[in-house]
Design a binder for this molecule. Sequence first.
Ligand code: B12
Length: 493
Amino acid sequence: MFRLVPGARLRYHYGRPCMNILLISTNRNVHPMPVMPIGVCAVAESCERNGHAVKLVDLMFDRDAAASIGAAITAHRPDVVGLSVRNIDNNDMRDPVFFLNDLAQLVNAVRKTTGAPVVLGGAALGVMPEAIMRHAGVSCAVVADGEYVFPLLVDRIAAGGPFDDIPGVALLNQGVFSQTGAAPQGSLSGCIAPDYHRWVNVGAYRAHLAAAPLQTKLGCPFQCVYCTYRRIEGAGYRLCDPEAVAEAVTRLVVSGIRDIEFVDSVFNAPREHALAVCEALARRDHRARLQSLELNPAFIDDELLTAMEQAGFVGIGVTAESASEPVLRGLRKGFTRLQLVQAAEVVRRHRIPCAWIFLMGGPGESQETVRETLDFAAAVLRPQDVAFFNVGIRMYPGTELERIAREEGYFNLSPQDMLRPLFYVSPSLSAAWIMDEIKRSLAGNMSFLSSDSLNLSFLPSIHRIGYLFGLRPPLWKYTRRIRRTLRMFGMDV
Ligand code: B12
């Protein structure tokens, strides 16, 4: 199925092929801020450990992607090219941006310069592998932990196959899609913390107030109707050893990276594991500024927040989505309004800055429930805390939300046609009405934000200026100050 570049001579080390591998991180999206490509860096380091010569091209700050790809291929002469694909679109109903046309162009740029096999990987592939592969015209993808699967795949490419006994591989063979079983689940051996300086321009990310990502676990057992995380990471937890997490944080700080963001699907579940991670961190004098935007309100209590403060957290986010009981039920969030109110009371007793994230328009949403959520944010949250409101929920094939929407007669596209952004808004109201309500609330609450705020074309400049003035991540901590300043200059933000 795959042919190596004609005439390519493979080197062998103890009977294993040593190949030239070119990895390309294709994400160029700087909203809400550029994110460091942890996944592809982990794949790069794993390939090196397996004896391959690896070059990684990160296109995030690149002006001419095609030229950079051409130059890297000429210099590195890859036997295999791997493209990392993070985002399908920007998840923003108000101003949708579809990123995958760029991907097709990047694949063409690769193929213009080399006949080496092309493999896709990244979070987006975990969401809609078949549609993305067809769209990009690529016949092989990794839909699991790349640091484990990609080296196995590369060995098989060198051997000419077979591929069907490697877990987590998706293939398009003469137009027919197939996917091998999921990668093995179980506990994780360590904690992925790549040496970012080797692979990406850390200074450029830092100047945009980006924090380095780190995971304390994989997997998500929650059943939220819209979510894809279970498909990407599996429903069962795979926990990192808390000491390995603390060690990884220390290593990043020693390498000069102090701003670190935990990117678990949910940071504080299982609660005991989150506590153990915090305790391991608190025992070290690491000097990192830690954050996580993914806290479940059901597991927020004084003990956890105290532990997080002692561990070095400087900002947390709570994914509330709604403060209305019927909507929380409709979204299958697994917690109640009462638990949300209790979480807000706990947060009030602590000093750690907090961002509350809401997703308006889900199943069961009505004018009354929208007002209930906005009133909750204005009355119950600490005034200095940030409330972020998003309108419309991106629908993905295979989710409960897709089923609900089809039942409601919302759309009749085939699952493959859901690649372009498609959003759900409860039939009882319109997105425009919700946005108007949010705008009204934003006018009276300087710490409120909407998706419009995150899409401001000059947001990257705010990051850079903020950095020069000594601000450090997360930027949302400064929402009130920034909004007030911009309004003083006559901007309607
Ligand atoms: C944390 C997170 C964020 C944080 C990031 C913080 C940070 N400092 O990095 C924040 C909140 C900022 C964020 C923002 C956005 N996010 Co986000 N985010 C995530 C989340 C939860 C984890 C991502 C992560 O870091 N994973 C850990 C690493 C190790 O995994 P990984 O990158 O997937 O890499 C592994 C594999 O994919 C594979 N792999 C990766 N590259 C390659 C390459 C090759 C060749 C191979 C073989 C394998 C391979 O191996 C890696 C190691 O195992 C995912 C959901 C999820 N559970 O994955 C969504 C997710 C990635 N985000 C998504 C989106 C849409 C966005 C936004 C566009 C919109 C938004 N919701 O805000 C922005 C875009 C930001 C940007 N500039 O690009 C989508 C992307 C897919 C899609 N549906 O379009 C996801 C999948 C969630 C979803 N809705 O389905 N996000």
